[in-house]
Each structure stands twice: as C-alpha cells, then as structure tokens.
Design a protein around this ligand. Structure first.
Ligand code: AMP
Length: 420
C-alpha cells in the first residue's frame, strides 16, 4: 500500500484480469483490420474547441464532463472525451481525404476521459475501440460498420445484446422536426432545466430516463414521420442490407445520442445484463462534422465500443475467454552452474520464438516449482549439477508430470517439436 490511490472513478488493469482487456480489444478490432480499416492513433488531448464545436456546446460531455486545462504556454486543451472528432481532425490534417480513394477507413483504440459520477460501468477514465469511415455517403458503409460490430461481439461469445437503430434525418428534415418537437415539449409540465434543454437541444429530452418525463412523451412527434424522401430511402437501404446480412436489430424511433454531430443513421448496442449503464457501444453518421470543424463536406459514419462495458457484459453472460497461457516453457535452475546454463537456454528459446520464463531468485526446489505452476507453462526445464555433468536437462511435462532427460544441444529442437 502506498500513500496514493488511483483517482476516483478510475482503476488499474493488472494481471491476470488485464489479459481479458487485451483480448477484448483484439476481438473488436479484428473484423475491422480484416475489412480495410487502418490503425490511427491521436494524442490524448486536443484543443478544447475541437470538442466544443464538434461534439456540441450544449451536450453534457462538453458542458459538464470535459477535463480541461490551460498549459503554461496558454493553450486551452481538453483530455479527449471521445474519439471521432480527433480522428476526423487527424485525417483532415494529413489530407487523407485527398490522398486516395474515399472513404478513408480508420480504427483506433485508447483511453477516454469524462468527469462523470462514477458507478459500475461508468468511469472517469475508460477504454474504447472505434472505427470511422470518412468521406462517403453510402448506406452499405453504415451497414458494414453495424455488421462488423455485431461480428465482434459475437466472436467474443456475447449473445444478450441488442442493436437499436434510428435515423436522425439531415439538415433538410431535422429542423422541421425540431420545431414540431419543441412546440410539443413547450406544452408539457417540465422542470426548468428540462425546458431549457428543450430550447437548446430538444432531441435530448427524448432520451430523458425519468419516468415522469417519459410518461409525458408518449404522444411526442417522432422523427420517422418527418424524414425527407432521401433520408427515408437511405434508411430503408441500411435496414435492408443489415437484414440481408442476418443481423437482427430493433427500430427505436426515440434513439438519440449524447453527441450533437449525428445525422441520419444512429445506432446503439445495449446489453440486457448490465443494469442502468446498458449501452455497450454506439455510433452513427456524422455528415456535418467535418464542416463544423473547418473542413470540407465529408459525409462519414463510425462507432465506438466501450471495452470496460464489454468486459462487464462477458461477466454478465458468464463467458470466460479462452486466453492461452503467456508462457510455454519455465526454466528451474538448481544451483549456480545451472543458473548460468539455463539462463543461456532461456535466451536461445526466446530467440527461437518460444515463450519462456526463468525462475529468478535464490529459492528451494518447491518454491521454484510453485513458480513454474503459476506461470501456466506447458513444460518446465529442470537442471541440477548432476544433470549438467551428464550433459542433459530434465524436460517436465507439467500436465502429465512425466519427465525425460534431454541432451543440452537437442533441447531447443525437442521443445519446439513437442510444443508444435
Ligand atoms: P458514447 O461516446 O457516449 O456514445 O460512448 C460509446 C461507448 O463508450 C458507450 O457505449 C460505453 O460503452 C463507453 N463509455 C462511454 N462513457 C463511458 C464511461 N464514463 N465509462 C465507461 N464506459 C463509457
């Protein structure tokens, strides 16, 4: 125990639990990597205005949850609360949209920061894997991303998740709907803050979780009744493509998301085993974001899946990932001479690509073998003075317990053959 603890709302990832995180990140990114998405990494902080303009001045993320700071040089920065604005900024800065064909397809993985009230599944530092397809307006691209996320969750063995789908319209039809919704909301019995929200960002009121508000929203106008012909056709095609791919989804006409940049397709992945923080991931189209941050018109679509909540979803479904032991061979030296010889063998095995570890520190055979067991290694190499005098080491199969003497100069090949 030290004087310090991880800050409120954060936690450390330590072995063996951390291996699950790596496996989840790997499983989520695997379908992307095989579908033409290139890896992108951006800084953990950005100009605060990128998020203010991109994510939206009136969103909770920007008004309440951003970690902002002023540097000694006077720059106003924010720890990134989400990935899309940064990735788009990076793609524009590098002129990726001019370099080759569109869309520019990128995936990322990293830490995000929001000053939220911590609870299970909601942290101040969390981890996401995301994907962005920049610069194409094509329903097949929206469908691709939804299908790849579904594939990622399924590859982890998850079954109890649902995909909620909606269209938020575009700059033609949404303003008309916004007006209609605002008129409706003004007639309700709402508290002052909610009324204020209705003026600034009325769609967000639909997302209000309170029973007293939801009750009054029963007759609210729905965006689907206001979609223009183009948005309607676009949405129908997305639905048809996902359906044809055998991916089940639910139409959720009240789905809005906490970020202002979404247009047309929006979706959320929810898991029924997670209680109140049920959204494991979400995304959608953001056709206007590029222009909002000073770029050209670049219709785009993307998603971000939360790694922390995906791990909680695995726990909720009782799924244990099959994570192979990190170490294949564990070397146990008995005596000083054996330490030198076995340490040399360990280095050789590692060079040959065999995952090998060494029993460090002066300890007795029993403690050494305990370390070997704990490592999960398939084989232990044990050697004492008598073995070395005979030019052999003992190769012990940790599963069967069976032990054989192997000549020193044949050990590497023998181990490789038995592991194959
Ligand atoms: P959002 O950018 O809010 O749509 O979030 C996308 C996904 O990131 C969510 O579905 C969650 O899985 C995850 N996420 C967002 N905020 C948090 C948080 N504070 N703690 C843990 N996970 C989060």
């Amino acid at each position: 125990m030290s004087t310090f603890k991880a800050p409120k709302g954060t936690f450390d990832l330590i072995p063996p639990f951390s291996a699950t995180y790596l496996a989840v990140r790997d499983a989520i990114s695997a379908p992307l990597r095989k579908s033409g998405y290139g890896y992108v990494e951006t800084p953990g902080f950005e100009d605060v205005n990128l998020f203010a303009r991109g994510v939206g001045e009136s969103t909770d993320i920007v008004t309440k949850e951003m970690y902002t700071l002023t540097t000694k040089g006077g720059s106003h920065l924010a720890l990134r609360p989400e990935g899309t604005a940064s990735v788009l900024r990076a793609a524009l800065e590098a002129n990726m949209h001019k370099a080759g064909g569109l869309p520019v397809k990128l995936w990322y993985s990293g830490s995000y920061y929001r000053y939220e009230r911590p609870q299970k599944g909601r942290y101040r530092h969390f981890s996401q894997v995301g994907a962005e397809a920049i610069g194409a307006e094509d329903p097949a691209l929206d469908a691709e991303l939804i299908i790849l996320a579904d594939q990622a969750y399924r590859s982890l063995g998850l079954r109890e998740f649902r995909i909620l789908l909606n269209s938020l319209g575009d700059k033609e039809c949404r303003p008309v709907y916004r007006e209609a919704l605002q008129t409706f909301l003004r007639g309700l019995d709402l508290d002052e803050e909610t009324l204020r929200r209705a003026e600034i960002n009325p769609l967000r009121v639909l997302d209000d979780k309170r029973e007293s508000v939801q009750k009054q929203l029963v007759g609210a106008p729905l965006l689907k009744d206001y979609l223009c012909e183009e948005c309607k056709a676009y949405h129908e095609e997305v639905r048809a493509l996902i359906t044809a791919a055998g991916v089940a989804f639910e139409d959720d006409p009240k789905l809005v998301r906490g970020l202002d940049y979404y247009t047309r397709t929006t979706f959320e992945f929810v898991h029924d085993g997670l209680g109140s923080q049920s959204a494991v991931g979400g995304g959608g189209r953001y056709d206007g974001l590029s222009e909002m941050i000073g770029g050209p018109a670049l219709p785009s679509v993307g998603w971000a899946l939360g790694v922390d909540r995906t791990v909680l979803a695995l726990e909720a479904e009782g799924i244990e990932l099959d994570i192979p032991a990190a170490t294949s061979v564990f070397a146990v030296p008995l005596g000083d001479e054996a330490r030198k010889v076995l340490f040399g063998l360990v280095t050789r095995l590692r060079k040959e690509g065999v995952a090998t570890d060494f029993s460090f520190g002066a300890k007795g055979l029993k403690a050494h073998m305990k370390s070997a067991n704990r490592s999960g290694a398939r084989f232990a190499i044990v050697a004492g003075e008598r073995d070395l005098a005979e030019g052999v080491v003992q190769l012990k199969d940790m599963e069967s317990g069976e032990q054989t003497a192997v000549a020193l100069d044949e050990l590497v090949e023998t181990v490789k053959a038995r592991l194959a």
